[in-house]
Design a protein around this ligand. Structure first.
Ligand code: GLN
Length: 443
């Protein structure tokens, strides 16, 4: 597949041909179920868009029944920025319903297959975006990451996925899941393309009240910079042997590239799981209250207003989404608010402080993305088991940090990805380290 960098240099006619070729190839790989819909009409470098980002005149559904028939009346800021830079939205990619999941199994449209192995999940929730890039049916894609949804599918499909610092990329036009955690980011074939796409979408936006008014200087990754990189022995001990092997390989590659490796320790990640799921579900329960059958998409038949609300929400939301709305409402209810929600915010604060402490002595942290390679469909037997698989990604969201996942190794044909985590608003260093690691691994 042509890279984003190369595609940006193509004349108009060749881009038109590229869009046609991509659509044809996507049709041939329909069984992946990675695209929900295609749109060849746009002008510019084709970019696949996760189905929770507003594209004017597209149906945008968060892969949910409750949003069937909803047509976006405006472009998300990131989409506006794509268009201004000569790129254009190309297809809607499949995802877990409302981005709640780690496997793309909860989509209203059915599951997406991992291009590397059709018996395994592509990861989630941006599984469609990862699969189209990995399968060579997209030049690049946008995903969203609330607790790992860009980085984990990138790792499972063998591509690059990057979550920017919270506030760096506008959330205007991104369907809210956990508003204090959500970030849009690039999913690409390599680190350089991730930097290019990141540069296009990053920057202050007055339409997003949590957008950071920190200056965004476009990044050119410098793989020759020498960095101090922290490794986390107390994290890695719980990962599978396959992931541990990839971790060792990455450490050797980084050392040979001239970086200094130092051991650091982070708080037991079981606290991340608890703090994240309480926070994310609480925020989701309020964010999703807007889907009431009046304003957007699906409306159930009913004789009165109350019955209409009840039926619309009962029929429109899938099981996992309903579970989270219920749990989120519970942790916010009076009598439990202090014990759960407030406590989770205190733990979140400690997690953030812990990262800040570690970053006083290192430039980056090298961490696993997932405990193992892509798992088989249906293999997580309970919601809790699925939540536990997010153990390595969610701390980054709780602390609001930038992180990039890249393929480092392979085991039995399945990719193993690792992530580099940076200081808040220091995306430059994340890209520098990632490009250096990518180069060292490939050489
Ligand atoms: N798997 C996590 C969850 O289900 C993260 C999802 C995401 O980042 N959108 O909440």
């Amino acid at each position: 597949m042509i890279t984003l960098k190369e595609a940006l240099g193509l004349p108009k006619e060749e881009l038109r041909q590229l869009r046609k070729d991509l659509a044809k190839r996507a049709e041939e790989k329909k069984e992946l179920n990675a695209y929900i819909a295609m749109d060849e009409s746009g002008e510019g470098v084709p970019i696949a868009i996760k189905d929770n980002i507003q594209v004017k005149d597209w149906e945008v559904t968060c892969a949910s029944k409750i949003l069937q028939g909803y047509v976006a009346p405006y472009d998300a800021t990131v989409v506006e920025r794509l268009r201004q830079s000569g790129l254009a939205p190309f297809g809607r990619t499949n995802m877990d319903e409302f981005a709640m999941g780690s496997s793309t199994e909860t989509s209203f449209y059915g599951k997406t297959l991992n291009p590397k192995d059709p018996n395994r999940v592509p990861g989630g929730s941006s599984g469609g975006s990862a699969a189209v890039v990995a399968a060579g049916i997209a030049v690049a894609a946008l995903g969203s990451d609330t607790g790992g949804s860009i980085r984990q599918p990138a790792a499972f499909c063998g591509i690059v996925g990057m979550k920017p610092t919270y506030g760096r990329v506008s959330r205007y036009g991104l369907a809210a899941y956990g508003s204090s955690l959500d970030q849009i980011g690039p999913m690409t074939q390599n680190v350089e393309d991730a930097a290019i796409l990141y540069n296009i979408i990053a920057g202050y936006d007055h339409r997003d009240s949590t957008s950071a008014s920190v200056e965004h200087t476009p990044i050119t990754p410098d793989p020759d910079r020498k960095l101090t990189i922290g490794i986390v022995p107390n994290y890695i001990k719980d990962a599978s042997p396959t992931v541990q092997k990839a971790y060792d390989k990455a450490i050797e590659a980084l050392k040979s590239a001239g970086h200094e490796i130092v051991e650091v320790s982070l708080m037991d990640a079981k606290y991340d799981i608890a703090a994240y799921y309480i926070t994310a579900m609480a925020e989701a329960s309020t964010n999703l209250s807007r889907y009431d059958g009046v304003r957007y998409g699906y409306r159930a038949e009913a004789t009165g207003l109350r019955q209409m609300y009840k039926r619309t929400r009962s029929e429109g939301f899938g099981e996992e989404v309903k579970r989270r709305i219920l749990l989120g409402t519970f942790v916010l209810s009076s009598g439990y608010y202090d014990a759960y929600y407030i406590k989770a915010q205190k733990v979140r604060h400690l997690i953030k402080e812990e990262y800040e402490k570690v970053f006083q002595s290192v430039d980056l942290i090298l961490s696993p993305v997932a405990p193992d390679v892509a798992f088989e469909f249906g293999s997580k037997k309970s919601p809790l088991e699925m939540y536990l698989s997010d153990v390595y990604t969610i701390g980054v969201n709780l602390a609001g940090l930038p992180a990039l996942s890249l393929p480092v190794d392979e085991s039995g044909g399945l990719p193993v990805g690792l992530q580099l985590i940076g200081k808040a608003f220091d995306e430059q260093t994340v890209f520098d380290g990632a490009m250096s690691l990518e180069r060292a691994i490939r050489s």
